[in-house]
Design a protein around this ligand. Structure first.
Ligand code: WT7
Length: 660
């Protein structure tokens, strides 16, 4: 690892912004100066400039009870009003909010006026179903405009949404519904993916079914959008069609103001235990930082730009840069339902040409997959509309960065690598395209108003040229406000490592990433330092997959590691010990196949292991902790490292012999 990093840090290519770009750039260097002078005043200015407040706030940050921050706490606003009504009132109702393209090629064009009307109707429909301020609503939808409408309708009435990625299984959906005690689920019959309809309603039926092992569900209604036209089961009284309930609702709905700290959403993400964490975000601070970063990191010119963030709304990137950031800024965007290679490997590039996309925001995994398929596909299309390219979700290797700039960006567009997390709510570290001289592979500098640092284990700053743990050193507007229902886990996970005795308000936020500062003091994020994997820019927990594996009756023990993978960054590799009887009953190949299916059923297809090794031993320390480092060596085909701390030093020999 460290050799690889050292060679990365030799990277000396620099791409200063062109004079043309800088001349029309939204950002100017004084942003950094203003933020450095008075960070809180800077954020207060941004909140006032970028948002409409029903009641102006007088207090910027309340950090008297760290780590529970309150931003703009005495102000009130309505998040949906900020994303919709005010643009219509300002005369921009005819501006396209969403160009939507379904995977089969069907399209919808939705203006701000139309989106506002649709959200008002949906808000009335939710209220008619008894959804009130503070109630939780689970959303399990494909990438269709109703996903944004459903989220905004919740925001409009002060309900809290919990979007669950459509690729998660019924089991994962159930645990999220139960944890948040959702009253309503909004789903679709199915959606399009890889040329086929995948069912969603079936999973909801299973997730809310009451049976011996599950208590009565809190879900009162299931609201179903018709998209896939696939057959669905129907429970009269509980299930309702979106087109019946929403289409018939009134289009008059007043957006009432809520406190800035009103909960906006819960989004579950994997941690180091088997149980996902419900990350809680609130309203005013979150929307401020989403709008600010969307405007400045992407150099947004809302009258002329067509923005495309390729993330699914099931992930935080889809929350902040498909829904809240772009709509708060009155941007025009593209939303696409399907996969990049359906029906042909050039689909994305065709869409960019068709809609004249100017800003593209995607993940390194996608870029590396396109590199493999070949440049001939993007080169068939006119991509000259593109002027800013963004990357997110995992470290981008310089080779992919250069390919992105050259092949997709015609060798001229700035590439911004943005570091942030579900917990941070919005971008924290990134170049600003009209200002920063970009550096392939580095995420570079904190955005104005944000402070991060790299510390060693004892909490000392490592300084330039060194690596350590990435922290945020001061509260920021879009920071998570907690873990749903678990304040202790919130404190333990993020705030206890670097707690300055006697000075609790100097607590620092531990991101869980390793990072290095280069000679210029710019940041290189190296990846997770905990038992969290990053597969295709999606966060998966080794523990969660291990518990899914051991929940199968044939499994005695399991260990999971993230092994380096050329395309997906990391891939899930499992080592499994079968129960004695089972080991005889089937071959390793059979067991591997059964368990891959099982993990996909338990968590979702994204967690399906790429490889499962059936073994008879696992390497453990004397205290019984699995040494994943050694398993990673095996999974990545390396010579096995230092085994001296193993309880049984022979065990790695046994494993490697068996796998030969
Ligand atoms: C983890 C957060 C942020 C939205 C998508 C993922 C990794 C994220 C970068 C980047 C290197 C990155 C980190 C982080 N990560 N962006 N630009 N360079 N690593 O959100 O699921 O909450 O995952 O993704 O490891 O901790 P998430």
């Amino acid at each position: 690892m460290s050799e690889k990093i050292d060679s990365l840090l030799q990277e000396d290519r620099r791409f200063p912004p062109s004079a043309d770009f800088t001349a029309n750039s939204i950002a100017s260097p004084d942003l950094y100066e203003r933020a450095a002078e008075d960070r809180l005043a800077f954020w207060a200015d941004q909140a006032r400039e970028l948002l409409h407040w029903h009641t102006p706030f007088t207090q910027t940050l309340d950090w008297n009870n760290p780590p529970f921050a309150r931003w703009f706490a005495d102000g009130t606003l309505n998040v949906a009003y900020n994303c919709l009504d005010r643009h219509v009132i300002a005369g921009n109702g005819d501006r396209v909010a969403i160009h939507w393209e379904g995977e089969p090629g069907d399209t919808r064009t939705i203006t701000y006026a139309q989106l506002t009307e649709e959200v008002k109707k949906a808000a009335n429909a939710l209220e008619a179903l008894g959804i009130r301020h503070g109630d939780r609503v689970a959303i399990y939808l494909p990438m269709i405009p109703e996903a944004a409408v459903a989220m905004l309708a919740c925001a409009r009435i002060g309900a809290v949404h919990s979007v669950v990625f459509g690729g998660f299984s019924a089991e994962s959906l159930r645990s999220r519904i139960e944890d948040a005690q959702a009253k309503l689920v909004i789903t679709a019959d199915g959606g399009w993916r890889k040329g086929k309809v995948f069912p969603l309603k079936d999973a909801v039926d299973a997730a809310v079914a009451n049976d011996a092992s599950h208590p009565a569900t809190t879900v009162e209604h299931v609201l179903v959008v018709k998209r896939g036209d696939n057959d669905v089961e129907w429970v009269d009284g509980r299930d309702l069609w979106w087109h019946d309930v929403v289409a018939g609702a009134s289009e008059n709905h007043e957006a009432k103001p809520f406190e800035a700290e009103n909960p906006l959403y819960i989004l579950y993400t994997s941690g180091t235990t088997g149980k996902p964490k419900g990350i809680l975000h609130t309203s005013g601070g979150y929307l401020t930082q989403c709008a600010f970063t969307h405007k400045y990191v992407f150099d947004l010119h809302p009258e002329t730009d067509v923005f495309w963030c390729t993330a699914d709304v099931g992930w935080v990137t889809g929350h902040s840069y498909v829904v809240y950031g772009p709509l708060a800024n009155g941007a025009t965007q593209l939303m696409y339902e399907g996969t990049p290679d359906t029906p042909h490997p050039g689909r994305w590039w065709e869409l960019i040409e068709k809609y004249g996309v100017t800003i593209l925001y995607t993940a390194p995994t996608a870029i590396r997959a396109f590199m493999k398929t070949g440049r001939e596909y993007p080169q068939k299309f006119d991509l000259s509309s593109l002027r800013v390219l963004g990357s997110v979700g995992e470290p981008i290797n310089p080779e992919a960065w250069i390919w992105y700039r050259d092949i997709i960006g015609g060798g001229k567009t700035p590439v911004v690598d943005t570091w942030w997390q579900t917990e941070t709510g919005a971008i924290m570290v990134s170049a600003l395209p009209g200002i920063t001289s970009t550096k392939p592979g580095s995420t570079q500098v904190p955005i104005p108003g944000i402070s991060v640092d790299v510390l060693d284990e004892t909490g000392k700053r490592v300084g330039n040229g060194n690596g350590g743990l990435l922290v945020s050193t001061a509260p920021w507007p879009s920071m998570l406000r907690g873990i749903w229902g678990d304040p202790e886990r919130f404190i333990e996970t993020y705030w206890e490592k670097f707690d300055f005795e006697g000075s609790p308000n100097r607590r620092m936020y531990l991101a869980g990433d390793g990072a290095r500062l280069d000679a210029d003091g710019e940041l290189w994020v190296l990846g997770r330092v905990d038992d969290v994997m990053n597969v295709s820019g999606h966060r998966l927990s080794t523990m969660e997959i291990e518990s899914a594996l051991v929940s199968h009756p044939i499994v005695a023990e399991a260990a999971v590691v993230g092994a380096t993978d050329d395309t997906t960054g990391q891939a899930v590799v499992a080592f499994v010990i079968l129960r004695a009887k089972q080991a005889e009953a089937q071959t390793a190949e059979e067991a591997e196949a059964i368990l891959k299916v099982h993990v996909a059923e338990q968590i979702g297809a994204i967690a399906r292991p790429k490889k499962i090794y059936i073994v008879t031993e696992l390497p453990k320390t004397r205290s019984g902790k699995i040494m994943r480092r050694l398993l990673r060596d095996v999974a990545e085909g390396r010579e096995v490292g230092d085994t001296t701390t193993l309880a049984d030093t022979q065990v790695m020999q046994v494993i490697t012999d068996k796998l030969k």
